[in-house]
Design a protein around this ligand. Structure first.
Ligand SMILES: [Zn+2]
Length: 73
């Protein structure tokens, strides 16, 4: 929608299958690059720079998301 050059993430409406996992293809190299996480349920993507926090299908905070936020804190 906007054209600010920001990384374009897939954000789909999450459903009851949401299960957030680290994106295996986005393995970090040197330094501490933001890690890309993806929902295996709806296909949404998320990085810690996003201002929203993914939720699991049951409403809980995904452990992978918590770990990433803690890692960058
Ligand atoms: Zn989802």
């Amino acid at each position: 929608m906007d054209d600010t050059g920001a990384v374009s993430l897939v954000i789909a409406p999450c459903r009851q299958l949401c299960d957030w996992q680290p994106e295996p293809t986005a393995a970090g190299g040197a330094g501490r690059p933001p890690r890309l996480l993806a929902c295996t349920g709806c296909g949404s993507q998320w990085t810690p720079t996003e201002r929203w926090t993914p939720r699991q299908a049951d409403g809980s905070e995904p452990p992978a998301v918590r770990a990433e936020l803690d890692r960058l804190a």
